[in-house]
Design a protein around this ligand. Structure first.
Ligand code: NAP
Length: 307
């Protein structure tokens, strides 16, 4: 089928596009930039380039300014929100204009939807605790769900922290380990709901194929870890000499509001609806995910040994 992807040039899209193409789909990517390599996908810079006769089988909506790229000034917070809501609004306008509405919309969200809940296990029906990321996800999801009134099947991807090599959060989280320091943020007791990027791709394919499924889906491994748990798992792949937490006040000084919203607090999320639908994770525990990411090399990568 023909699939339109927003934000397809990002970390998830980099793995998703090859998988969709390998699955025999045609992919149209909405990007703010012009792309010269058009051999595999069609890149568009505006949804106006999609003709009203185009038959899209599905749309996957990933576009949005990164939450972790910069300190959250008032302007950048507006960009984080507007980049997601405006793109989703433009998709709704496209759906209204098309002669044939797409059958399916997979629209990204995040486990930040739930806010902060300490050690509680959170399935898709959990209550929410208000905050900036929580309001962002909630508004983004509500907007995406408006497509339901047009007859579109909407699946909301409540993504955990996506792990893989070549970018994403893991590169940042593993930085100190390259210098021999196994670190965590704050108390290290906060939960991190993570997912291997290949399982994100497989979950998208699964949701595209299962036409009876709709609504919110936690795209997180069934076994979240704490900050300290992640540090211990990472230590199997790096030669480290000390273990230490970065104190919460230092994090607040370094990154401001983002520290409490994203880094010092977390969510212990479980993929109840995906698993109930029969989805099996290739990487259910953090050790198997990191082993795959670091290619089964053990005890390596200190700056001295790699340089
Ligand atoms: N990766 C994770 O750990 C994670 C976790 C939870 C939720 N998510 C959500 O999943 C989505 C995809 O994640 P990702 O890691 O692939 O994101 P990413 O690498 O940051 O890429 C997102 C894409 O969005 C587009 N974009 C960036 N700023 C934009 C702006 N101001 N206006 C419009 N488009 C903009 C960019 O495409 P162009 O430059 O081509 O326009 C970019 O390639 C994001 O919305 C993210 O919030 C990701």
């Amino acid at each position: 089928m023909q699939i339109l992807l927003t934000g397809g040039t990002g970390f998830i899209g980099a793995a998703l596009i090859p998988a969709l193409l390998a699955g025999g789909h045609e992919v149209i990517v909405l990007s703010r930039r012009a792309h010269t390599d058009r051999s595999r996908c069609r890149y568009i810079q505006s949804l106006d380039e999609v003709s009203t006769q185009t038959r899209l089988g599905a749309v996957i909506n990933l576009a949005g300014a990164s939450l972790a790229a910069r300190r959250w000034s008032a302007d950048y917070k507006r960009e984080i929100v507007d980049s997601r809501l405006d793109t989703t609004r433009q998709l709704l306008a496209l759906f209204r204009r098309l002669e044939h509405c797409p059958r399916t919309l997979l629209s990204a969200s995040a486990v930040g939807y739930y806010g902060h809940h300490g050690d509680d296990c959170l399935s898709e029906s959990a209550t929410v605790d208000p905050g900036f990321a929580q309001a962002l996800c909630s508004d983004w999801e509500s907007l995406a769900r408006q497509a339901e009134s047009l007859g579109v099947r909407v699946c909301l991807l409540r993504l955990g922290v996506v792990l893989d090599s070549g970018g994403g959060a893991l590169e940042e989280m593993a930085k100190s380990f390259h210098f021999g320091v196994a670190s965590w943020l704050g108390s290290g007791r906060q939960w991190l709901s993570w997912v291997h990027r290949q399982d994100v791709v497989r979950a998208c394919e699964f949701l595209l194929e299962r036409e009876a499924l709709q609504g919110p889906f936690n795209i997180t491994s069934p076994r979240p870890v704490t900050g300290r748990g992640l540090a211990t798992a990472l230590q199997a792949h790096f030669r480290t000499f000390i273990r230490a937490g970065v104190p919460a006040p230092v994090m607040r000084l370094l990154v401001g509001e983002m520290a409490d919203e994203l880094l010092l607090n977390g969510q212990r999320v479980v993929p109840e609806r995906l698993q109930a639908a029969g989805f099996e994770f290739n990487y259910a525990d953090i050790d198997s995910a990191l082993a795959a990411i670091y290619c089964d090399h053990t005890t390596l990568r200190t700056r001295s040994s790699s340089g």
